[in-house]
Design a protein around this ligand. Structure first.
Ligand code: NAD
Length: 421
């Protein structure tokens, strides 16, 4: 499914090039990652057998600062997938104007088949595999799909053991107890909520009572659904890899969160006592619901051409990375369905990661209010800059406008630094 994520990312860049003021030679450089490492990771399973996993780290561009990007554990992880995701991180950090470049890493595995002990061994071995290329001033990993604070604590501990001292700022998204920041767990979902609200304001629509469907009920999807619901939106459908639930009158998001934390998935929620009004729905049908906002928050390439033809939402907010294929994007543009692009909509995570990194380097911690205020300020500014480019450059859609801002920032940094040697 994600094999063409790289093609998607490159096509998005080329689509924006005619609207962006970037030197042709520099643009060519921007299409190629600086380096990608592939590592073989032997891990002893609980039954005594040894399995070799493949891990990757792609460092896409560092013209504007140290590399930054998450670590993904998923069966589809590949060299191409991490390269696409590292490219998106580069454009994301530039768009929200953080002093970072872009990177991404991952391990091809099925985390559901790994025990906690095996996951810890895999994480520590992966950290050893990439430790020569990461570091607080070089490349700072963070959580992504199927990784979280627990894995970041193991990565930080492993890296610190090799360094002979505690080095918290080698990763972000850590537990609070070992240098994490207030607000990081909710940051990406909170950012999706902020950009959704601003998009509704821009369109002159009211978020209060608006119907919303969210695909993916992990870290990003569940927080997005909960916060939108608390702001008065009517979350009518949510799903995960097992399928989804739908209730036109609105779902009880907190009850679904409880069900997922108890059972591990949304499956079975409709049968649970007291929720008879919620019906099962497939992921395909969820994407085609007649709602005010559709929020894909799971994996890449779920909005295909077929889905785009049938899509009935008034606006799409991309919480996941790369959920819309390049061809589907063209169809949505023709159908006048606006898309808030991933590199803006889900940038809340990296913004708060940056705030965590700054706090670590100052050995000082901020309270939640300060973190959330800074997140909102940075996202709002980026949203306005995207809208300015949309108007001033007359770009065909918001994604192209977002790329114009990002490509020009990264391009300018390359021009000023020059070409070594
Ligand atoms: P997660 O692992 O916490 O949750 C992923 C969710 O997607 C789960 O509910 C899973 O069941 C569901 N899912 C997986 N495959 C699916 C499929 N084929 N159909 C429907 N649902 C499916 O991951 P997350 O951290 O919430 O990340 C979700 C997306 O957001 C990813 O694209 C990730 O790159 C992006 N993102 C995450 C962060 C972050 O801070 N975690 C930041 C920026 C972007």
């Amino acid at each position: 499914m994600s094999d063409d994520a790289l093609g998607n990312m490159l096509a998005q860049m080329e689509n924006a090039e005619p609207y962006a003021d970037v030197d042709a030679g520099v643009f060519e450089r921007l299409k190629h990652p600086e380096r990608t490492l592939k590592v073989s990771l032997p891990v002893e399973r609980d039954d005594g057998t040894v399995e070799i996993f493949e891990g990757f780290r792609c460092q896409f561009d560092s013209a504007r600062g140290p590399f930054k990007g998450g670590i993904r554990y998923h069966p589809t992880v590949s060299m191409d997938e991490v390269t696409a995701l590292a490219g998106w991180m580069t454009w994301k950090t530039a768009l929200v104007d953080l002093p970072y470049g872009g990177a991404k890493g991952g391990v091809a595995c099925n985390p559901k088949e790994l025990s906690d002990c095996e996951t810890e061994k895999l994480t520590r071995r992966y950290t050893e595999g990439v430790r020569r290329m990461i570091g607080p001033d070089m490349d700072v990993p963070a959580p992504d799909m199927n990784t979280g604070a627990r894995e970041m604590a193991w990565m930080m501990d492993t890296y610190s053991m090799y360094g002979g001292r505690v080095i918290p700022d080698v990763v972000t998204g850590k537990p609070i107890e070992v240098g994490g920041t207030a607000g990081r767990v909710e940051a990406t979902g909170r950012g999706v909520t902020i950009t959704t609200r601003r998009m509704f304001e821009y369109l002159g629509e009211d978020l209060d009572g608006a119907t919303v469907a969210v695909q993916g009920f992990g870290n990003v999807g569940s927080v997005t659904a909960r916060l939108l619901s608390s702001m008065g939106a009517n979350v009518v459908a949510v799903s995960d890899v097992s399928g989804g639930v739908h209730d036109a009158d609105g779902l009880d998001v907190m009850a679904i969160e409880r069900h997922v934390s108890e059972t591990g998935s949304i499956a079975g929620y409709t049968d649970a006592d007291g929720y008879d009004d919620a019906d099962a729905i497939t992921n395909g049908d969820l994407l085609r619901l007649d709602v005010d906002a559709l929020i894909p928050a799971a994996i890449e390439n779920v909005i295909t051409e077929d889905v785009a033809e049938d899509l009935r939402a008034s606006v799409v907010v991309e919480a996941a990375n790369g959920p819309t294929t390049f061809a589907a994007d063209g169809i949505l543009r023709e159908r006048d369905i606006p898309v808030v692009p991933d590199i803006l909509a889900n940038a809340g995570g990296v913004i708060v990661s940056y705030l965590e990194w700054v706090q670590n380097s100052q050995q000082y911690s901020w309270d939640l209010e300060q973190v959330n205020d800074d997140l909102e300020t940075k996202l709002a500014r980026a949203f306005d800059e995207m809208l300015d480019a949309y108007t001033a450059r007359d770009t065909p859609d918001l994604r192209t406008a977002a790329y114009v801002v990002a490509l020009e920032r990264v391009g300018k940094a390359h021009e000023m630094r020059g070409l070594f040697p």
